[in-house]
Each structure stands twice: as structure tokens, then as C-alpha cells.
Design a protein. Structure first.
Length: 198
């Protein structure tokens, strides 16, 4: 014969976990960068146009989520000719695939202030599951007397994330450019992100 739980206990069991807190990304203090070798020399670049949504639960990182949408056409390596080549069909094919996206599917803690966001990374219409290690650099309450000069922000947080992907897994680099003699296969991706709450 089944035991019936008291209604109060059932209510506790079914209670939803607290929603993670939304953070407003401060684009002026955030950077989405990458590095890839040209022969043996690292070439650094960045994407200047992006949207990042962060929902972070300090007490339980597993409740957190992160989504990013990066405009491929905003690629910037401080060389116009190279940037146009990267936007072309040889590499990103930006006209047909205008965005790089990442959407987390799970987040797990790996120690205090560190977690890994597992998610779907889509480039050129190809989706691969990747792990994005994230470090919380700090979270600080803004003194009341300083909030007005900081646009009304009451709290600020900083995150550092990075991973390495093989561009060939996403079809970035076709024909002669698929080879890794000139342009390396491994691309290091780094995100330095500052966000606030008002």
C-alpha cells in the first residue's frame, strides 16, 4: 500500500528552483577574440558585433545559461584584405551564414568560481557540442554613492571564458584553404565579459 505524502511535503518537492539572475553585458568592457597560426605566427582577431545573454546563479551554477550570437561580418584582424578573405566563401561565407551562435545545454561547477558550460556551437550551419570553461573573476556590490556615475549599476561581475576548436570541423576553410600548412587548424577562442545589474 502506497504511503501518501503530506500536501506540504508535495508542495516542497514541486517548488521550482529560484530563477538565475539576468546580467546586462557591458559591451564596452567585453571582448570576443580569437587566435590562429599563420604558418608558425599567431594571428589575433576579434568580432566587433555580438549579443551575449547571461543568466547566472551564484549559489547553483547548474541553473545558469549562456547564449551568444556573433556577427561574422564583424571579424576584425586589423587587415582589411584578410578580413574580406575571411568573410568570403573560402572561409566563413558570411553572406550565407551571417552568425556564429552558442547556446548552453548544461552548466556544471568545477570548483569555486569555475564552471563549464556545455553547449551547441554553430558555425557555417554546422553544429558541434563544445565545452566552454568559465572563470568568475569577481562579483562586487557597487557603493550607493557610485551607482549614478556607473549608469545605475548596483552590482558588477566579470567572467573569462575560452576554448579551442578545429575550424575544419565547421567547414571553415575550403579547397586549398582546408589544409593547415598556411592557416592552422586549431583556433583559440577567448571571451572576456563584464556585466552588471541595475
Amino acid at each position: 500500500m502506497k504511503k501518501l505524502l503530506p500536501a506540504a511535503a508535495v508542495g516542497l518537492t514541486l517548488a521550482a528552483a529560484p530563477a538565475p539572475e539576468a546580467w546586462n553585458v557591458d559591451a564596452s568592457h567585453t571582448a570576443v577574440t580569437f587566435s590562429v597560426n599563420h604558418f608558425f605566427t599567431p594571428v589575433n582577431g576579434q568580432f566587433d558585433d555580438y549579443e551575449i545573454d547571461v543568466q547566472y546563479d551564484e549559489e547553483n551554477p547548474a541553473n545558469s545559461t549562456v547564449e551568444a550570437r556573433i556577427a561574422v561580418a564583424s571579424v576584425n584582424t586589423n587587415n582589411d584584405r584578410r578580413d574580406e578573405h575571411l568573410r568570403s566563401e573560402d572561409f566563413f561565407e558570411a553572406d550565407a551564414h551571417p552568425y556564429i551562435t552558442f547556446k548552453s545545454t548544461a552548466v556544471r561547477s568545477t570548483g569555486e568560481g569555475n564552471f563549464i558550460a556545455t553547449g551547441d556551437l554553430t558555425i557555417k550551419g554546422v553544429t558541434q557540442q563544445v565545452e566552454l570553461p568559465v572563470e568568475v573573476l569577481g562579483i562586487k556590490e557597487i557603493p550607493a554613492e557610485m551607482q549614478a556615475m556607473l549608469g545605475g549599476s548596483k552590482r558588477v561581475a566579470s567572467f573569462q571564458a575560452g576554448t579551442t576548436v578545429d575550424r575544419r570541423d565547421f567547414g571553415v576553410g575550403v579547397g586549398d584553404w582546408a589544409a593547415t600548412l598556411v592557416v592552422g587548424g586549431d583556433v583559440e577562442i577567448s571571451i572576456a565579459l563584464e556585466a552588471n545589474q541595475k
